[in-house]
Design a protein around this ligand. Structure first.
Ligand SMILES: Nc1nc2c(ncn2[C@@H]2O[C@H](COP(=O)(O)OP(=O)(O)OP(=O)(O)O)[C@@H](O)[C@H]2O)c(=O)[nH]1
Ligand SMILES: [Mg+2]
Ligand SMILES: [Zn+2]
Length: 350
């Protein structure tokens, strides 16, 4: 049975139409006459690229459409960028009048997002921009050197992944740059993440034969399941790693010498991998947004705190200046890694 969505009814007021751009999950799978389900693969200022998706995770990357959002939906949100994110599921109507090199369509509705990855606005502290949505795996990518390893950023990502219910994976790239001193400093930190139950991979993207590295083979297996987002500082090697798994569109990687602190990847895009699965390559982000986590809840996202908080005097303990605190005691005895606790305090202060 096919049924027309209420969204296309001409008799709705402009306000209702704006609000109704997002279709409730319960109505989402209902077939819409003359429309097709698609996935947003890139978002630009006045348009987005979408690819048809007949069933979940069967995105046809050879079927690319240039989609525009009807003006009435844009009134409130101003631009396509604020209304749509890479990874959004959308319903589209073919636009028969505008078929040039790429077929055109009108994006009529998006599905509620299961989760989002957002970055903070560099100028407005309270604002954030959604980079990607509906993510199955967050590949928290770091390099051992060039740029320097930033464990606080990793911990920030881990909090974000837990808050958004995205499976995190820690990938440490450029293992060839690791010297003996760094190895001794970093390996206990990596071991601590493993002890906490996080999956940790150590890789070198600059190698043509990824099958020779067990951790890259493990990464390929994870990527083959659903949609993964590569995130992390600029220059850590996100695009280099993605290219190992043969995306339909190879990603630009800056030559080592010409790198000048500029981003090589400048916008997020969803790619299909010939080794299986989908990835979203993103520009390096400095400030990853944690959204609204009340201070008293931040500790819930540091999973090793849970076993200690029954020894805190107050249930609302911030594990900061309180006199009787199980978390601080555990830091003193070494049961909680002092550097993780330092990350916690840094995030708490922000
Ligand atoms: N030594 C070494 N260099 C690497 C490795 N992987 C990547 N690189 C280099 O690191 C630089 C940055 O790599 P990219 O893949 O462009 O990094 P990115 O994270 O995508 O950067 P943005 O797009 O700016 O966010 C390039 O010059 C790569 O050749 C590695 O395993 N070892
Ligand atoms: Mg890149
Ligand atoms: Zn406490």
């Amino acid at each position: 049975m096919t049924k027309k969505r209420p969204i296309s009814r001409k008799d709705w007021s402009a306000d209702e139409l704006r609000e109704n751009f997002t279709t409730p999950e319960t109505e989402w799978s209902r077939q819409v006459e003359g429309a097709f389900a698609a996935r947003v693969v890139e978002v630009h200022k006045g348009y987005a690229f979408v690819s048809s998706e007949k069933k979940l995770h069967a995105i046809d990357m050879h079927d690319v459409w240039l989609g525009t959002v009807p003006r009435r939906f844009l009134l409130a949100k101003k631009s396509t960028r604020k209304l749509l994110a890479v990874g959004d599921r959308v319903w589209c109507e073919p636009d028969a009048h505008r078929q040039k090199e790429l077929p055109h369509c009108r994006i009529m509705s998006n599905a509620p997002r299961h989760n989002v990855l957002a970055r903070s606005d560099s100028r407005h502290k309270t604002m954030s921009h959604i980079i990607a949505s509906n993510i199955d795996h967050l590949i928290i990518t770091s390099a051992f050197a060039k740029p320097p390893l930033d464990f606080t950023l990793i911990d920030r990502y881990l909090v974000g992944a837990a808050q958004q219910n995205i499976a995190p994976l820690l990938v440490f790239n450029k293992s060839d740059l690791l010297d003996e001193g760094q190895r001794q400093a970093y390996m206990p930190r990596l071991a601590n993440y493993r002890r906490l139950g996080y999956r940790v991979l150590v890789v070198q993207a600059l190698s043509q034969d990824f099958q020779a590295q067990a951790d890259l083979v493990a990464l390929q297996k994870i990527l083959a399941q659903g949609i993964a987002v590569f995130s992390g500082n600029s220059g850590v090697g996100k695009s280099s790693l993605i290219n190992l798994f043969m995306p339909l569109i190879p990603q630009a990687v800056a030559a080592e010498l010409s790198r000048s602190g500029q981003h090589t990847t400048t916008y997020a895009s969803l790619l299909s991998l010939q080794t299986g699965g989908y990835v979203i390559d993103t520009p390096g982000i400095k400030k990853f947004s944690l959204g609204e986590i009340p201070p008293a809840q931040l500790g819930n996202f540091f999973i090793e705190f849970a076993a200690q908080t029954d020894k805190c005097r107050y249930r609302s303990c911030l594990h900061d200046r309180e006199a009787v605190c199980g978390v601080k005691d555990a830091v003193k005895t070494g049961d909680i890694c002092a550097a993780r606790y330092a990350s916690y305090l840094t995030l708490l202060a922000q």
